[in-house]
Design a protein around this ligand. Structure first.
Ligand code: SAM
Length: 286
């Protein structure tokens, strides 16, 4: 018997597409004596829809009762029974509760096994075209702009693809804060993954205003790693040219604005601008 009882099963559900629910996940849920679910009503509906016939008790397990629930879960394991943990969407612990329980199980000597499956950050990453490794999952971002800024700045130098969850109502402001802290980078918005209205939108952080998406549904955001300085400089300069900043403020001021916004010296931006303008049509000459 490869998986002797008792143990905690961490069971992935779906991101919304029933076809992704695995036979192994069904088996783990049906074999458990206790099933912990974020929302028991939703879990009940999920079981109906996916033909899961649980033999065990279904009990709520969410962020605010996780600590209190742990002793009773451990006592179920002590009696030799299996426990399964599921979340409302995808994989438990990923933006969802369960971490403290998993630690507590190991600390008490009970094994924990995953039943892997859909997971929004990983699903988004593998369809994004962004470098898949290393990647860093930031979970849900803090609500306050100051806290967000501190978080982004702490990752600004790291050569990693950043992945986070954000609510649609805050997404524009968050992308603006990310741009201020991280500078120009590739951006991928992965919306309603695996569902009928899935949208995977590729763009850039500095031009997120040009990107459009349906404000309904679930969104996972990916920001590419810092780019080679030369490439970033070209992006800044291209943006200046395409926005025709040269017809607005004097060229040195434009260079300074771009430099301040993106961490380049105005001398560097201006030199690149001059070089490009020399090779460009007369209307673009600074
Ligand atoms: N545990 C889940 C997982 O494995 O991905 C994530 C649950 S977390 C509470 C919910 C967040 O995941 C949503 O706010 C959204 O950012 C993201 N998410 C969930 N389903 C998604 C989907 N189908 N497409 C894109 N993002 C999704």
């Amino acid at each position: 018997m490869p998986f002797p009882s008792p143990r905690l099963w961490v069971v992935a559900g779906t991101l919304g597409n029933p076809g992704d629910f695995s036979p192994r996940a069904k088996g783990a849920l049906e074999g458990a004596d206790l099933i912990l679910a974020e929302d028991t009503r939703r879990a009940g509906l999920f079981f109906q829809r996916h033909g899961v016939v649980p033999k065990g008790t279904l009990r709520s397990f969410f962020e605010h009762n996780e600590r209190d629930r742990i002793p009773s879960v451990l006592s179920v394991l002590e009696q030799g029974h299996d426990v399964a943990l599921i979340s409302d969407a995808g994989t438990p612990l990923i933006g969802d509760p369960g971490y403290r329980l998993v630690r507590a199980c190991w600390d008490a000597g009970f094994p924990v096994s995953p039943v892997p499956g859909p997971c929004a950050p990983v699903a988004a990453l593998c369809a994004s075209g962004l470098p898949p490794s290393p990647f860093t999952f930031l979970g849900f971002l803090p609500r306050q702009a100051g806290d967000q800024r501190r978080l982004f700045l702490s990752w600004a130098e790291a050569a990693t693809t950043l992945i986070f969850f954000e609510r649609n109502s805050r997404l524009r402001d968050t992308l603006e804060t990310a741009l201020e802290c991280l500078g120009p980078r590739e951006l991928c918005l992965a919306r309603e993954l695996t569902k009928e209205h899935e949208q995977i939108i590729l763009g850039r952080l500095e031009s997120h205003q040009d990107m459009e998406w349906d404000p309904r549904g679930e969104m996972t955001v990916l920001v590419g790693p810092p780019e080679a300085r030369e490439k970033t400089l070209d992006v800044v300069v291209d943006q200046m040219l395409s926005e025709e900043m040269l017809t607005g403020p004097p060229k040195q001021v434009a260079a300074r604005v771009a430099a301040t916004a993106h961490g380049w010296s105005s001398k560097e931006v201006y030199a690149r601008l001059i070089a490009l303008a020399r090779a460009a049509p007369a209307s673009r000459t600074p």
